[in-house]
Design a protein around this ligand. Structure first.
Ligand code: GDP
Ligand code: CA
Length: 309
């Protein structure tokens, strides 16, 4: 049974880890809207979070970057007067150098990612949503910002009125993405931020239509527990952009794209409103801090959500 997972960074990586720990064949389709060029390097934060997590190299506390990291390169560039606004650890820089060089040579991101994954002994196929340039922008009362300008430099303090994806009109799915979706036994949307991590993937027309025309059941896992995000701005964005933070508001982000939504018992009271949208609600604890929690969630997704036809 092959599960194709649409994933952002932290929520995506933790969910992918849950499925791989449960011994499943998983293919990850990962957001690239957060990618940026900084210090002359091409950085792909969500692909890297997934890669480091699945390789067992990630810093679970921080949620991004590598464990046992040091920061000499960043300190040096700040000493030299550069604007070191985007934190990259030394070990992380090594990977960014390899990727950037390969991209400059003309290799596609999908090819570079596959080589990095193989070198780090990650057997799960990691596919960027697209090899084409796709960049997330947010519109806020303070103006429009490129994603990382808003998220990192401004600490995502501005409310978001709209999100747009530069390059989406012409972006094509990366090689293997549509094929994986067509051959999937189950399609899962990770508990990632619907607006910042999943919407950019779905902004690639070929991916959205593959999902709309799916033969396999599709399930999303809510990133909210008790109406609150485990981390990050998802709840605040849902409140402003969807009008609330209940499971039905999460489900509304995926109308026509999923058959089931996995929600935490903290939100079970609201299950009926999800079902009223024609989406089955599967109630199971969704926090993934411990191996036993990850296992229970993975099994529920595979056994209970997978049964939808
Ligand atoms: P980012 O790209 O690093 O911001 O990460 P994602 O978009 O993939 O994931 C962010 C979302 O993951 C947040 O909205 C969190 O609420 C959610 N999240 C993180 N850990 C967990 C967890 O253990 N369970 C659930 N249900 N959601 C989680
Ligand atoms: Ca991200």
């Amino acid at each position: 049974m092959n599960v194709v997972v649409l994933a952002g960074g932290v929520g995506g990586a933790r969910f992918l880890r849950a499925l791989t720990e449960a011994g499943r064949d998983v293919t990850a389709v990962v957001n690239v809207g957060d990618d940026l060029d900084v210090y002359g390097l091409r950085v792909c934060p969500d692909l890297d979070t997934v890669l480091y997590t699945l390789a067992g190299l990630g810093d679970d506390e921080r949620g991004w970057g590598r464990a046992n990291e040091t920061w000499h390169a960043l300190e040096t560039l700040r000493e030299l007067g550069a604007d070191g606004w985007f934190a990259l650890g030394d070990r992380d820089v090594g990977l960014q150098l390899v990727r950037t060089e390969a991209l400059r040579r003309g290799d596609p991101l999908s090819g570079v990612t596959a080589r990095l994954a193989a070198a780090l002994r990650v057997s799960t196929p990691l596919l960027p949503a697209t090899d084409d340039q796709l960049r997330t922008w947010v519109e806020t009362p303070a103006g429009a910002f490129a994603f990382q300008e808003w998220y990192v430099r401004r600490g995502h303090r501005d409310d978001v009125d709209a999100v747009r994806f530069e390059g989406a009109e012409t972006a094509r799915p990366a090689p293997g993405v549509v094929e994986a979706l067509a051959a999937a036994d189950l399609i899962a949307i990770a508990p990632s931020n619907p607006y910042l991590s999943i919407a950019p993937i779905l902004s690639v027309a070929g991916i959205r239509s593959a999902l709309e025309q799916r033969r396999a059941p599709a399930v999303a896992v809510s990133p909210l527990i008790g109406g609150r995000a485990v981390k990050g701005p998802a709840a605040r964005m849902l409140e402003r952009l969807a009008g609330g933070t209940t499971p039905a508001h999460v489900a509304s982000c995926y109308a026509g794209l999923v058959d089931a939504l996995v929600i935490d018992p903290a939100d079970a009271d609201e299950a009926g409103a999800v079902e009223a949208l024609g989406i089955r609600a599967v109630v199971v604890p969704t926090l993934m801090d411990e191996p036993a929690q990850r296992r229970r969630l993975a099994e529920a997704v595979l056994e209970r959500a997978g049964a939808v036809v």
